[in-house]
Design a protein around this ligand. Structure first.
Ligand code: ZN
Length: 68
């Protein structure tokens, strides 16, 4: 038995836009894709992609920061 409307993100393949943290469908990213350090990043909009391409380290640093 299936229940509709729950867990819509749990099985979906999504990537997180490193600039704004939005979920982006990597099969059809609205902002396109940018490769950096052998990893592909996907964006919700071209503006986020441009921001990332200008200074990727800035966004990756904040993305991996885990304040204890
Ligand atoms: Zn974005």
């Amino acid at each position: 038995m299936k229940v509709l409307g729950v867990n819509i993100f749990s099985k979906k393949n999504v990537e997180i836009d490193p600039v704004c943290r939005m979920e982006v469908d990597p099969a059809n990213p609205p902002g396109g894709k940018h490769d950096y350090n052998d990893k592909a990043y996907y964006f919700c909009s071209p503006g986020c992609r441009v921001s990332f391409s200008k200074d990727p380290e800035k966004f990756l640093k904040s993305a991996t920061a885990h304040p204890m």
